[in-house]
Write a protein that binds this ligand. Structure first.
Ligand SMILES: NC(=O)c1ccc[n+]([C@@H]2O[C@H](COP(=O)([O-])OP(=O)(O)OC[C@H]3O[C@@H](n4cnc5c(N)ncnc54)[C@H](O)[C@@H]3O)[C@@H](O)[C@H]2O)c1
Length: 342
């Protein structure tokens, strides 16, 4: 059965016709309850090219797109620090919002987004798509079932090439991107650790470093304490290493390993079980389910699976890691250690 928005599909517009927009819109094309109605990009040719695939209208300015009407909601896939002003404009135009991660680059911007959407009675969902990826979702289900006992320690390690030229230039602009690999890729890792760990971080210790000549950090590490006492070791680095995306969760009675290369494994004593194979991890399906959840939340007036308060918590954790790195507030070990050869 085709679900409809009233008597017709939910009409979405996308703002930012770059690489992730194509994933969102391919997902939309698979959902009969969604119609791609408009695409906007400051590079009009990019908007036109993507719009043509869906028979949608193209715009170079989101305010013109909103003024033209004919939309129920928007997907915001523009550079990070533009998420807030575009969300505020969308809310004022009465449009529901699914905004890409990171939700914002400052907590003040995030709050402005939350306030604007509340004032105008529209939904604000955040695109932490890992909540819809089969292996991550299954890991979450196993951890919440309690079969391994409570999580104790999480090790989250991810690499992504982060030299200039590896991605569009704005990712290296501290104002537009709000940071480097930690704000961009690391917010996926923070999300994964917080969601699987069962709570948001309440204290962190961070360190960041950037390759000479790059204005944003290219390497980051952190130690996080979640509100429920779970400790997280986080490493998100951008130089040299081949691709790696792996999470280990040590629990009271066993452990779980989530790997983009090897799938999802659980361990109890000598027993190792592969629960999800890498082939079962379907990112296209994850984007489709994320969009279906967003549209259903707008239609039913219920919270989306990943709401704005949670999106803010991920940004807050990233910003706290930067603040800790800036203060360099390591606990010093007095005495002998400075002299020991290792
Ligand atoms: N969920 C995921 O797995 C995932 C993957 C990639 C990117 N992202 C996120 O998606 C967002 C976009 O990333 P991307 O990789 O697609 O970047 P991109 O550079 O490929 O696309 C961004 C687009 O926004 C356009 N743009 C810039 N200013 C604009 C404005 N004022 N109005 C309209 N368009 C404007 C740019 O011209 C560009 O085409 C970021 O928040 C990023 O972190 C998420």
């Amino acid at each position: 059965m085709t679900e409809t928005w009233g008597n017709r599909p939910f009409r979405v517009g996308v703002i930012g016709a770059g690489s992730v927009a194509a994933l969102h819109l391919d997902a939309a094309a698979d959902l009969p309850e969604v119609e791609v109605a408009a695409v906007c990009d400051v590079r009009l040719s990019a908007a036109e090219q993507l719009a043509a695939r869906f028979g949608a209208r193209a715009y170079a300015d989101h305010t013109a797109m909103f003024a033209a009407g004919g939309l129920d909601g928007v997907l915001i896939t523009a550079p990070h620090s533009l998420h807030a002003p575009i969300t505020v404009d969308a809310a004022a135009a009465g449009l529901h919002v699914l905004v890409e991660k990171p939700m914002a680059t400052t907590l003040e911007d995030g709050q402005r987004m939350i306030d604007a959407c509340a004032t105008h009675g529209v939904q604000l969902a955040v695109g932490h798509v890992l909540h819809f990826l089969p292996s991550v979702r299954e890991a979450w289900r196993i951890l919440r079932s309690g079969s391994l006992g409570r999580p104790v320690v999480i090790t989250e390690r991810r690499t992504a090439r982060y030299e200039r030229g590896s991605r569009p230039d704005w990712f290296f602009d501290p104002v537009l991107a709000g940071g480097g690999i930690l704000m961009n890729v690391g917010t996926h890792s923070i999300d994964k650790a917080q969601w699987l760990g069962g709570a948001a971080a309440t204290s962190v210790h961070g360190y960041v470093w950037n390759q000479p000549g790059v204005e944003v950090e290219t390497e980051s590490v952190g130690l996080l304490e979640l509100a429920n006492g779970v400790r997280v070791v986080l490493s998100v680095t951008g130089t040299g290493l081949p691709f790696h995306d792996e999470t280990e969760v040590v629990c009271e009675h066993g452990a779980l390993r989530l790997s983009r290369r090897d799938g999802l494994w659980t361990y109890r004593g000598d027993e190792a079980v592969q629960v999800v194979t890498p082939e079962q991890d379907d990112i296209v399906a994850a984007f489709r389910e994320q969009l279906a959840d967003f549209v259903a939340s707008c239609r039913d007036g219920r919270a989306p699976a990943v709401d704005a308060a949670y999106g803010q918590s991920v940004v807050a954790t990233a910003l706290a890691l930067y603040a800790s790195a800036e203060r360099a507030d390591s606990a010093r070990i007095p005495g002998l250690n400075a002299e020991v050869a290792a």
